[in-house]
Design a protein around this ligand. Structure first.
Ligand SMILES: *[C@@H]1O[C@H](CO)[C@@H](O)[C@H](O)[C@H]1NC(C)=O
Ligand SMILES: *[C@@H]1O[C@H](CO)[C@@H](O)[C@H](O)[C@H]1NC(C)=O
Ligand SMILES: *[C@@H]1O[C@H](CO)[C@@H](O)[C@H](O)[C@H]1NC(C)=O
Ligand SMILES: *[C@@H]1O[C@H](CO)[C@@H](O)[C@H](O)[C@H]1NC(C)=O
Length: 708
């Protein structure tokens, strides 16, 4: 009886053995899959290419730890619009890495709502790349307790995909959330129909936003970080081809608002040879982002951007437009027509060097304005744009790294890099081993600030002369007369540079040194209304000299100070001597910073004294600059005779004499207040290289240089 049993058991046992084998295989397979999934989830491996913000990777969020959000889960709290680096950011969390910014990334979770629906089933490729970049960067720390910045692994890049309320709840469940302090939320497509808020609508408490398309009306300066709208289409572009381009201007956006669309049509009718307007392809798929059409003709996008010198970036329903990066990648100079748009990495990147801004109301002027841009400037703009693109915008990785670098500069201001680091390609300007300042850029020009009281004829004469100086970018007339209004706008000279008149509230000399918002250039030419003897060549040359010495006063009328043995006092000297220690601000270039310092940081009662006595404002300015720089001013060109109140002449009036006596007193008074004599003397003057050389005039750069 045992035999059959044994017999009947034998196949069973074989089956059993096989089953073991299968189970082992199955177990190994499962383990393998789990390992792969885990690898993908935690190591953020590479993913296949997809189009913008399309889904990817964590398709299987079900493998992640589950976090339930029911109706009662509180949200993260309303976004605090008055947050700034100084009240919502906690720098005390940032010391553990020494001077290194440490960033923690929360492990991803599977968030499900009360109906058991997952919050998202997918993460965009772009967000995945952001997390991957941070985790592979020098900033990453796996230890949340030593971190300074926290990054939620909840994909908030595209608000269209988000359930706003639930995402806010999910943020609140994060272990170190605490009102959102020091948390950074990434976003590239904010707002939704119909009002397209330029800021993510998810309530995020006191967290910071690194977001695209932000508006200057809501952007929290120094707290949020402005990003570009990333475009995956740029990957297919080769920016190398800067050859001559068929069109001056090109518009390629397909969803711009109808008012702008009409303006573009009008432009196209008026300037058919200069501007090209591409639209969507109604005969194909109108949503297809890789083609553009003009009538029946189909063009490849973004390649078509390489056929124009300038590409328009116009405000759409959303402020941020992906065409900005597409144009930069295509070597097409972006022309920004979006008044409130906060440019990417605002406050760090100096966009004037790479793009052109045109106000929305001036859109119909775009062709004449851009036609005036010189070929040299086009080359500069394009080269700088290419450099910026390559350094900061080429990929999600670059954008993410730059974001963290900017935060690092904020958190450790003593290590922060200056504007030169961010904005000047190192190959274009060798850094001096002596830490000397670099040459100021020429492109922005200077603002002429003219102080006047009522000498209208002289003033108009001066305006007509100064407007001929090529680098002049704006004229600002400071009308220091409260009893008489400035001339009616129709009476002013017709000139081709912007002119602004400011009528002051009090007749004070310090008004000439106020750092008015209207002064948009670094360089100021301060000039009296009676200095009409300077030629355009002389002023332009002086500006060139100032660019080489941007920290000094550079100008025409010079003076000096001397020690007087007899009186044991300083003496003001306007005789021609072999050295100078002051350049008068009746005709001088200086940096706008000094206007700011004059207005806010003048020692003692110097400023009040000057305003009261209506004298010595120029001496006070020379003291100020000399004290802070330890350097002498620079006199340009041989010209020495200026019509000015204190010029030496044979029949000096007694009023003039008092004036001179007072100036000597000023020097002594000011040096007492400074505690020493800050003025420095030089035996040095700047003249154009070929000045006085026996050489044909037409070969000289600066011809019209007078001798006295
Ligand atoms: C926003 O933050 C500031 C600074 O921390 C705080 O004073 C203010 O009460 C906050 N506002 C709200 C609505 O929470
Ligand atoms: C868009 O158009 C291009 C060129 O005609 C085509 O290759 C591509 O498949 C289209 N894409 C979509 C999403 O329709
Ligand atoms: C001023 O005093 C110095 C030293 O006392 C002397 O060498 C110099 O000759 C004097 N100069 C004049 C002009 O008196
Ligand atoms: C003079 O300049 C120094 C810096 O070089 C500054 O510390 C000082 O406060 C200045 N003095 C006055 C009176 O402004």
């Amino acid at each position: 009886m045992t035999a059959p049993t044994r017999l009947s058991q034998k196949p069973n046992r074989i089956l059993y053995q096989y089953r073991n084998f299968f189970i082992t295989i199955l177990l190994m397979l499962t383990l393998f899959i789990v390992l792969i999934v885990t690898y993908h989830v935690f190591k953020f491996g590479d993913i296949q290419h997809g189009s913008t913000y399309r889904a990817l990777v964590l398709n299987d969020v079900s493998t992640l730890p589950i976090q339930v959000l029911d109706r009662d889960t509180p949200t993260a709290g309303a976004t605090n619009s008055s947050c700034s680096h100084f009240n919502c950011f906690n720098v005390y969390r940032c010391g553990s890495g020494g001077n290194q910014l440490l960033v923690y990334v929360y492990p991803p979770k599977n968030y499900i709502d009360s109906l058991n629906r997952p919050l998202t089933s997918q993460m965009t490729r772009e967000f995945h790349q952001i997390l991957h970049t941070i985790i592979s960067s020098k900033f990453y720390t796996p230890n949340p307790r030593e971190a300074c910045i926290y990054i939620p692994s909840i994909d908030t890049l595209n608000q269209n995909r988000l359930r706003v309320q639930e995402v806010s709840q999910a943020l609140r469940t994060l272990e170190f959330w605490d009102k959102g302090e020091n948390h950074l939320i990434f976003n590239m497509i904010p707002g939704s129909v119909p009002d397209y808020n330029p800021m993510l609508d998810v309530p995020i408490g006191e967290a910071m936003i690194a977001g695209a398309g932000m508006s200057s009306l809501t952007y929290r300066s120094g707290f949020d970080i402005s990003l570009p709208v990333y475009s995956p289409l740029t990957a297919n572009l080769n920016p190398g081809s800067f050859s001559t381009r068929k069109w001056l201007i090109l518009s390629s956006q397909i969803n711009i608002n109808s008012a702008f669309e009409q303006d573009l049509m009008e432009l196209k009718t008026t300037f058919p040879n200069d501007i090209m307007v591409f639209g969507s392809c109604l005969h194909h798929n109108p949503m297809n982002n890789t083609i553009r059409c003009v009538g029946e003709d189909v063009y490849k996008y973004p390649d078509v951007l390489q056929t124009a010198t300038f590409c328009l970036v116009i405000r759409g329903a959303r402020l941020g437009q992906s065409v900005l990066l597409e144009a930069m990648a295509a070597g097409c100079i972006p022309v920004i027509i979006a008044d409130t748009l906060v440019m990417p990495f605002h406050g760090t990147i100096d966009w004037i060097r790479a793009v052109i801004f045109i106000r929305e109301v001036d859109i119909l002027m775009v062709v004449p304005v851009l036609k005036k841009v010189s070929e040299k400037r086009v080359i500069e703009l394009r080269a700088h744009g290419a450099w910026l693109y390559d350094r900061y915008f080429k990929s999600i990785e670059k954008i993410t790294e730059t974001t963290l670098e900017i935060i690092a500069d904020r958190v450790f201001p003593h290590l922060a890099r200056d504007s030169t680091y961010w904005n000047i390609p190192s190959h274009s300007g060798n850094v001096s081993p002596l830490f000397l300042p670099i040459t100021a850029p020429k492109t922005r020009g200077f603002t002429a600030v003219i102080l006047t009281y009522d000498r209208v004829e002289l003033l108009f004469l001066l305006i007509n002369k100064i407007v001929k100086v090529p680098s002049l970018s704006k004229l600002l007339v400071v009308w220091n007369n409260q009893h008489k209004d400035p001339p009616h706008p129709g009476r002013w000279p017709k000139i081709n540079k912007p002119l602004k008149v400011i009528q002051t509230k009090e007749n004070k000399l310090s008004n000439r040194f106020y750092p008015y918002d209207e002064i948009e250039t670094e360089a100021i030419l301060s000039i009296d209304d009676d200095i009409i003897m300077l030629t355009a060549d002389e002023v332009e040359f002086a500006y060139e000299v100032w660019r080489e010495f941007p920290d000094r006063i550079v100008g025409f009328p010079s003076r000096t100070h001397m020690w007087d043995n007899r009186t044991s006092c300083w003496k003001y000297e306007s005789e021609w001597t072999n050295h100078i220690s002051m350049v008068l601000t009746g005709a001088a270039f200086y940096h706008k910073y000094w206007s700011y310092m004059y207005t806010t940081a003048m020692p003692g009662d110097i400023k009040e004294w000057v305003d009261e006595h209506m004298n010595c404002e120029d001496i006070a300015m020379n003291f100020l600059v000399a004290n802070w720089t330890g350097k002498a001013p620079i006199k340009v060109t041989p010209k020495k005779k200026f019509r000015c109140p204190e010029c030496t002449n044979t029949e000096m009036l007694s009023a003039d004499l008092t004036h001179m006596v007072e100036r000597t007193q000023c020097i002594n008074r000011f040096s007492n207040i400074y505690g020493s004599m800050p003025l420095r003397s030089v035996e040095f003057r700047a003249d154009p290289v070929l000045f006085k050389d026996v050489f044909p005039e037409k070969l000289k750069r600066f011809n019209d240089i007078g001798s006295l």
